[in-house]
Design a protein. Structure first.
Length: 319
């Protein structure tokens, strides 16, 4: 796993961060869910967990609780999902360690954003319907997504996305989801540059909240892909400049460089997808290196991507 310029010193916990209160109330709903044998059991499950029912299960989208209870019963008594549930519990049996990891991440968030309210955490087997759900009052982790390659059932996504669904990718996925609360987006029509910087800010947020996590886990690349990008950074930047891509506003073109793809053949067949996202991350990093007094909160509130690019003095050279 490549670390891309971050040394061990960045992993040492700041004593000020360690003093931040960020208690995590974590409850696994996996066993209670699989104890459902009939609609009456399901009704009791809904009554016992109203916040989860209203927000994650979207209770109000169903004609009645009876309909939702029938659906929950079908899922909880499905043999395939029960098997996946057992595999999920085995992969994440150390919930104390998971609680501690979340605690440390939320300490970092509250250190940078004191108004952040740590939501209660529910662990669940979603039937591969949703990996992470988060808002101000609830965080649900669909752990069945993150069991890894040995799971009997895996998310129905391409292989280059599937490799991001392992236990090690759980925390980065959570933190990137939390970043959207603070990552302010410009109201004007997006350009390639504004989208690149938007994603770059999210990844910079993640690296600050998870300082010991390798870059490969944050962005979901392999170590080899990262090494290739670092070596060819000047070439990648040159492509965006030579093709006049930075101020392109065509959604299809923007998606080719920041959206999900197995690779970016316009640059090189070996270049991974979302290469604009990675490049935006490097621009944001350079901007923050040039402006050490800018806080993470100020960065996330900055909506002027051109200002970030100009003041970053980002100009990698071709090797």
């Amino acid at each position: 796993m490549a670390s891309c310029g971050r040394d061990k010193q960045t992993c040492e916990q700041n004593p000020e961060v360690a003093r931040v209160a960020a208690p995590v109330h974590l409850e696994s709903l996996i066993k209670p869910f699989f104890q459902i044998k009939n609609p009456t059991d399901a009704q009791q499950f809904l009554q016992a967990h109203p916040g989860f029912a209203n927000q994650f299960l979207q209770r109000r989208q169903f004609p009645s609780d009876n309909v939702l209870a029938q659906r929950l019963t079908q899922l909880a008594t499905n043999a395939g999902l029960q098997k996946l549930g057992r595999e999920t519990e085995a992969a994440f049996q150390d919930t104390a360690a998971l609680r501690q990891q979340l605690h440390q991440a939320f300490q970092h968030v509250r250190y940078e954003f004191p108004d952040f309210r740590v939501p209660p955490v529910n662990l669940f087997v979603s039937g591969l319907s949703q990996d992470v759900f988060v808002n101000d009052s609830l965080l649900v982790l669909g752990l069945d997504f993150f069991v890894g390659p040995k799971a009997s059932y895996r998310p129905n996504v391409p292989e280059y996305i599937l490799r991001r669904y392992t236990p090690a990718h759980l925390l980065p996925t959570v933190v990137l989801a939390v970043s959207s609360k603070y990552n302010q987006r410009p109201r004007t029509n997006p350009t390639m540059l504004s989208e690149m910087v938007q994603f770059g800010k999210a990844l910079y947020f993640a690296e600050k909240i998870l300082p010991c996590t390798p870059d490969s886990l944050l962005i979901g690349y392999t170590g080899r892909e990262l090494e290739g990008l670092e070596f060819n950074e000047g070439k990648v930047w040159g492509h965006f400049i030579e093709k006049n891509l930075l101020y392109n506003t065509t959604p299809f073109v923007i998606q080719k460089y920041v959206g999900e793809r197995p690779n970016t053949p316009e640059i090189d067949r070996a270049a991974p997808g979302r290469i604009g996202t990675w490049l935006g991350w490097q621009i944001v990093r350079k901007y923050m290196a040039e402006h050490p007094n800018v806080t993470l909160r100020q960065l996330m509130a900055e909506q002027d991507a051109q200002r970030i690019l100009t003041q970053s003095k980002y100009r990698p050279r071709k090797k």
